[in-house]
Design a protein around this ligand. Sequence first.
Ligand code: DAO
Ligand code: DAO
Length: 274
Amino acid sequence: MVSLRFPAATFAHLPTPPPPHRAAIAAAIAAAAAAAAAAGFALTAKSAGRPLPRPSHSAPLWASLSLADSGAPGNVEPRTGAAFPAETAGGRRLLGVGLRKTTILGLKSIDVYAFGVYADDSDLKQLRDKYQKLPISDLKENDELINDALERDIRMTVRLQIVYGRLSIGSVRSAFEKSVGSRLQKFGGSDTKELLQSFVSLFKDEYKLPKGSVIELSRESNHVLKISIEGEDVGSIQNKLLCQSILDLYIGDDPFDKNAKNNIQGSLASILKA
Ligand code: DAO
Ligand code: DAO
């Protein structure tokens, strides 16, 4: 049985006439709230009156996260130059960065987004009792360690920076149905179609994801998946399977970027041995 709930979706009143992209997000969030209500989820749209953060792409691409801001050189995804902060706002530590590509029309390869995977150090310590005794070389290859990271109540964030300049919401929906859908089936079996459909129906056409946009997919305590676009919460859902399925795309056994997965697992191993 899958439980689906949207405890909070946030949109803020804008203090000044907003850039078109942000206005579209606010409108889309309102529409998503209505859709969720119609579909029977508990979703509360709270008009907080707090100013929205500055859109990062009003500056040139990547300028808001310069190398100087983001610490060690390992924080730049080398093929795209996308820079990732060493920590998220919530203090989660960067474990590794990578690239999500796809092919269009069966032949042309495109870079869709760069990503960084983060985890909460204190939550990772749950895994120490089980793994600290193993040599680091084992931990770097240990599939059970990854399964535990995917399944346990460990706060993690995947931060996406859009690289592809012509991303439509329709293509995000169908990519999500395919990638996340296959993982939901892998972990959850048959009754996951409805969960997936309800979830992707919240990705409204009004959202815009221009090059440079930052999306965060966060697993909060108790398996709550929280999504934000440009620092604004767009909704959350408590669902263990969905959290696990999304993280599996990046660190599971058939990841988008194998090299990134190896680096992430290497960082996990070092943290557990420290
Ligand atoms: O323009 O036809 C096209 C190709 C678009 C490919 C899109 C892949 C989308 C991947 C998900 C992005 C999630 C932010
Ligand atoms: O790369 O296949 C993939 C999965 C990417 C997950 C992207 C989730 C995007 C959620 C925000 C959409 C808002 C329109």
